[in-house]
Design a protein around this ligand. Structure first.
Ligand code: SF4
Length: 107
């Protein structure tokens, strides 16, 4: 490998690494987007970030012990503050949140 070839190889490797790092940051930023309570889907499902704020009159089957982190649709660990949910695509819901699609995790 000549000096010129080596320099081109190193420059391309660095450029590729930077592009990959940038893509990783962009992916992380997208993954961290939180659902807004005013989002159309959130309003439709009666989602709130805090299960204690659910209107019992509107959702009589709801109990304050029901929370996203205990739901079968929760896509994170029990210790995470925010996590994915099958109902909200790429946006994350709060561990202490709730919506009318709540289904307790088996077990
Ligand atoms: S489906 Fe479950 S995890 Fe998703 S928002 Fe509703 S209660 Fe939370």
């Amino acid at each position: 490998m000549t000096d010129t070839t080596r320099r081109i190889f190193i420059a391309r490797s660095l450029a590729g690494g930077c592009a990959a790092a940038g893509l990783g940051l962009a992916t992380s930023a997208r993954a961290a987007a939180h659902v807004e309570e005013t989002d159309e889907t959130a309003v439709g499902l009666g989602y709130h970030h805090d299960t204690k704020l659910i209107d019992q009159a509107k959702y009589p089957a709801h109990t304050p012990q029901q929370r996203c982190a205990d739901c079968a649709f929760w896509q994170a660990t029990p210790a995470d503050a925010w996590g994915g949910c099958a109902m909200f695509g790429r946006k994350q819901v709060a561990a202490g949140g709730w919506c009318s699609a709540f289904s307790r995790k088996p077990g």
